[in-house]
Write a protein that binds this ligand. Sequence first.
Ligand code: GDP
Ligand code: MG
Length: 248
Amino acid sequence: MPTYMEKDNLPSVLEKVLSSVPAQVLVIDDNSPDGTAQFVEGLMKTEPRVHLMKRPGKMGLGTAYIAGFKWGLANGFDCMVEMDSDLSHNPADLPRLIGEIEAGADLVIGSRYIGGTISVVGWDFKRLLLSKFGNIYASTLLGMEASDITSGYRAFSRRALESVDLDAVHSEGYSFQIEIAYLIWSSGLKLKEVPIIFTERASGVSKMSKTIIREAALLPWRIRFTRFKARLKGAPQNRAFEAKRRPE
Ligand SMILES: Nc1nc2c(ncn2[C@@H]2O[C@H](COP(=O)(O)OP(=O)(O)O)[C@@H](O)[C@H]2O)c(=O)[nH]1
Ligand SMILES: [Mg+2]
């Protein structure tokens, strides 16, 4: 669970997560000036299922997740979940996401847009349009037929994270969600989408910025360019891309 300035949300989200599933939680905090890490350190005195990774400064969501996944792999976890710490992702959905991993999926995406619906509470039209357009834009350019490849509520199998070269993931910000989904999907692993309802945060502020949007807008083109170069060199074609696989 990545955090930047989430002191007001973290007590509630941690309590709900810990009571929803028999899981351990790693909080990755980027030296939030509001004392988010200090709250976690206090909780850790009585709650052995909570762990903290402190980084020296705000380094982006993508790099926080990479650090978290490496920690999870090194500590022997079979399933890892990423979720926002601002209560936009409902901890009550955790058993469904994890259940799909137990049933054999490698990446389970909590989707806001399954079957043409929009399950988002509290966004204005501009933010909704950005998210919907971003999804259509990225999935069309990459040939993926997933409904929500920018969603940040997901479960991964150990196999999925082992199959990806985590050191080669470029994205610092939210484009990480697109990049890692593409890498897992294109290596032929099993993708599954489950419906979720996303509720905009009640406390604190979003860290979405123009730089983050720009990075995400360029990512599909960077992937296409890398793929094109590989094709010129005669590398075997990406079988998932060729087959236009859909998530179930
Ligand atoms: N560690 C870390 N967490 C971040 C960073 N940027 C965002 N987050 C966390 O990532 C989650 C999603 O961010 P948020 O700003 O709510 O994005 P939004 O929901 O798309 O508006 C929240 O839990 C944030 O605290 C960052 O640079 N570092
Ligand atoms: Mg948020």
